[in-house]
Design a protein around this ligand. Structure first.
Ligand code: SF4
Length: 126
């Protein structure tokens, strides 16, 4: 397994200044706020290409696995995260096999982040 990258010192300092904590140590509500703020500040994520094969899916997981919990922006970008349902079928976390409804949490180990039912990412699976 590749060594994990780390968030830059500047990025960590900005998180601490704004939230009092970095993503790795943030609680559920704070992580949700961090995610929403990143999108409010214009974050664009890699919604496409949607992984059509197990191999493509695994490649995205490999890249995510190399990221630390503090690399929130990078994780959201690589996973193609959105704060709304996606596509003609309006796919969303609520119906994804990785979604823990009661915890409002994405249980995919490579993400391991809070998620709202109407959010989505390109690792969506049923
Ligand atoms: S893998 Fe993506 S779509 Fe599925 S629960 Fe996690 S964030 Fe939502």
């Amino acid at each position: 397994m590749a060594d994990q990258d780390e968030a830059s010192a500047d990025t960590l300092a900005q998180y601490k200044q704004k939230y009092g904590v970095t993503p790795a140590l943030a609680d559920h509500a704070t992580l949700v706020k961090m995610i929403e703020d990143l999108f409010r500040d214009g974050l664009k994520t890699m919604v496409e290409p949607f992984p059509e094969t197990d191999r493509e899916f695994a490649k995205i997981l490999d890249r995510l696995r190399g990221m630390s919990a503090d690399q929130l922006r990078e994780k959201l970008t690589e996973s193609g995260w959105l704060l709304e349902p996606y596509g003609e079928d309006q796919m969303r976390c609520q119906e994804c096999m990785y979604y823990l409804v009661h915890r409002r949490w994405c249980d995919l180990p490579e993400l391991n982040l809070p998620a709202e039912p109407d959010w989505w990412c390109r690792l969506w699976r049923i």
